[in-house]
Unconditional design. Structure first.
Length: 89
């Protein structure tokens, strides 16, 4: 238990930030799961419609630092490549 006033405040702030990060991480995982569901079930049309929202969600989360920008870009790139390759078939 912190004894100094600033340490008490910092602990409170850390707890709040942990909650916010959990929410963001959950949104990230949900978006990735939703997109992989579309791709694995062969619903390419739905995946194409969801792609801009997917891109937006991942970049918003990456902007805050919950996940790295490179991770978000890599996920977006791989999903886009999968959509485009399955479209050609």
């Amino acid at each position: 238990m912190p004894n100094i006033k600033s340490a008490v405040r910092r602990t409170r702030r850390t707890e709040k930030q942990t909650l916010v990060n959990k929410i963001r991480k959950s949104r990230y995982k949900s978006a990735v799961k939703q997109m992989s569901l579309y791709l694995n079930s062969g619903k390419i049309k739905e995946a194409k419609i969801f792609l801009p929202k997917f891109h937006s969600q991942l970049m918003k989360i990456a902007k805050t630092g919950t996940i790295s920008k490179k991770t978000a870009s890599r996920k977006i790139s791989r999903v886009t490549r999968r959509i485009n390759s399955s479209k050609k078939k």
